[in-house]
Design a protein around this ligand. Structure first.
Ligand code: NAD
Length: 290
């Protein structure tokens, strides 16, 4: 396939490189003038998008996606697919898809989980919103860049799945960290705590697969000085997106709201920025109730 790839940052560059390796003709563009080996480099987003079968975007947020989409939609050939893999608000995803379809294109929102490691290894999970037809055109590309692609329904539903998943993740990480800090104060050994909880009803991905306590459970960022991993500021971004969506949909999400507030304090007023999101545990260790 002929593919335009716009946004070649930490995630986009390795995803584009995997498409090149699989034999696709990729033309990239990034405002930071990043180049990907084996891909052509365009001078603008519109140039990267012209004449392509699929145009992939991997950008920081919804406002940037909207401005890039306004530039590329008129440049794309009729029937081509605009495939956004960024994490953005549901509203922006739906607005961009609507504009693309009105211009005779197909549109998919397909945010990912799996992080930079997953982008490099081609093992991302894609959560996809859009038509069945557009999904089946993009499926071979999902298979190269990832290990799983779930079609979640119409446009915006990929973003909806992503922010609901990450709201659970943020809330669960905080619950796991505060429970470890309480266990410490009660004199309960961390290994014993792990051995019980990981095989009892309090188990979760954050406890069993990504344990925030160093030296306990499988290898995780906690064993590497809380170097991300998944940075606390990216978790904050996703929690804020879930709160924005909850507000727009009139959904009551008190735990999500509490998690967003805690990560905001951690990132903006404490030492959370640049640390893995599991560094909530050392934060709780030093705190008191009153
Ligand atoms: P990044 O900041 O490394 O990359 C974004 C790239 O977009 C940058 O290279 C930037 O120069 C480029 N860019 C900005 N404006 C542009 C424009 N107008 N035209 C062309 N290029 C432009 O971010 P990332 O870590 O690659 O994340 C990308 C997206 O993936 C985000 O939405 C993020 O939330 C999501 N995501 C990231 C991770 C992760 O672990 N990093 C995991 C899952 C999802």
């Amino acid at each position: 396939m002929k593919i335009g790839f716009i946004g070649l940052g930490n995630m986009g560059a390795p995803m584009a490189a995997n498409l090149v390796k699989a034999g696709h003709a990729v033309t990239g563009f990034d405002t930071a003038a990043i180049e990907v080996e084996g891909a052509a480099t365009a001078a603008s987003a519109a140039e990267a998008a012209a004449g392509q079968d699929v145009v992939i975007t991997m950008l920081p947020n919804g406002a940037i996606l909207r401005s890039v989409a306004a530039e590329v939609i008129p440049a794309m050939q009729a029937g081509a697919v605009l495939l956004d893999c960024s994490t953005v608000d549901v509203e922006s995803a739906r607005a961009v898809a609507e504009d693309a379809v009105a211009a005779g294109l197909k549109a998919l929102d397909a945010p990912v989980s799996g992080g930079i490691g997953g982008a490099q290894a081609g093992t991302l999970t894609f959560m996809v919103g859009g038509t069945e037809e557009a999904f089946s055109i993009a499926k071979p590309l999902f298979d190269i860049m990832g290990q799983k692609a779930v079609h979640c329904g119409p446009s915006g539903n990929g973003q909806a799945a992503k922010i609901c998943n990450n709201m659970i993740l943020g809330v669960t990480m905080i619950a796991t960290c505060e429970a470890f800090a309480l266990a410490d104060k009660l004199g309960l050994d961390r290994q014993a705590m792990f051995d019980v909880v990981s095989t009892s009803s309090g188990y979760s991905w954050t406890m069993n697969a990504y344990c925030p306590a160093p030296g306990v459970g499988p290898q995780s960022p906690a064993d590497n000085g809380y170097k991300p991993g998944f940075a606390a500021e990216l978790m904050l971004k996703d929690l804020r997106l879930s709160q924005q969506a909850a507000e727009a949909a009139d959904a009551d999400t008190p735990m999500g709201a509490a998690a967003a507030a805690l990560y905001a304090t951690f990132v903006e007023e404490e030492d959370g920025k640049g640390r893995d999101f599991s560094a909530m545990l050392p934060r709780f260790e030093t705190r008191h109730r009153g």
